[in-house]
Design a protein around this ligand. Sequence first.
Ligand SMILES: Cc1cc2nc3c(=O)[nH]c(=O)nc-3n(C[C@H](O)[C@H](O)[C@H](O)COP(=O)(O)O)c2cc1C
Length: 237
Amino acid sequence: MRAYVVHAHPEPRSFTAAMRDTIVAALRERGDEVSVADLYEIGFNPVLSRADFLDPQNPEALAYTAEQRAGYAGRTLAPDILAQAEAVLAADLLVLTFPVYWFSMPAMLKGWIDRVLLSGPMYSGRHMYAKGGLRGRRALVAASLGGRDHMFGEAALHGDLERGMLSHLLRGTLGVVGYDVVAPFWAYHAPYVDQAERERMLARLRRYVLDLERAPLLDMPDLASFDERFRPITGTP
Ligand SMILES: Cc1cc2nc3c(=O)[nH]c(=O)nc-3n(C[C@H](O)[C@H](O)[C@H](O)COP(=O)(O)O)c2cc1C
């Protein structure tokens, strides 16, 4: 299996970087072929702009997703986008490692998503979820948090991580483009726990990745409940 690990943390000695290294080592132990993009290290440009298109179809009134489709088909996307998109398309497993910032992800990773997950090869108005361009592949999120585990959940202070706080990533992004989204790995209270607890978390992460086939998948909308224009089928005429 081919895995692509996209990492977004500004500090190479961070716990989140240790999570990334643990995942890479466990995947290699399984015999997977792994490549890594450390977005800060490569100085990835996270700002979506018109410069993303070398030969825009409609420069007077740029329509970003239409330009993505034309740019991918004509190979006229900016080279950094094209290289990342090809790496994503070549991988059976996408792994994202990052710290949770403000109920979300670092802007660096958000910008990678905005620029690299392309309308056309990865999704379209008619191809989402089980019909998305990346269907048949899996995605794993492994994120660190400052909060403690009891702060997250349906009745908890910050609400549920999967169905609430990070649903924009898990469902609205990874699910939409078609991935089978594995239940994420959360490293709670990461900056505050002692070395022994960090090692326990990394050991748990290693076991999780070694046994990834058995990890549960997050629920996604069932396309059978929607018509060809994605209107809900209510059962009433
Ligand atoms: C800008 C910023 C925003 C943050 N927002 C959150 C948050 O919404 N929820 C949370 O639990 N932790 C939050 N944190 C804490 C980080 O998630 C935590 O410091 C990080 O996961 C630690 O990872 P590290 O030990 O690898 O640096 C935030 C930290 C920063 C710098």
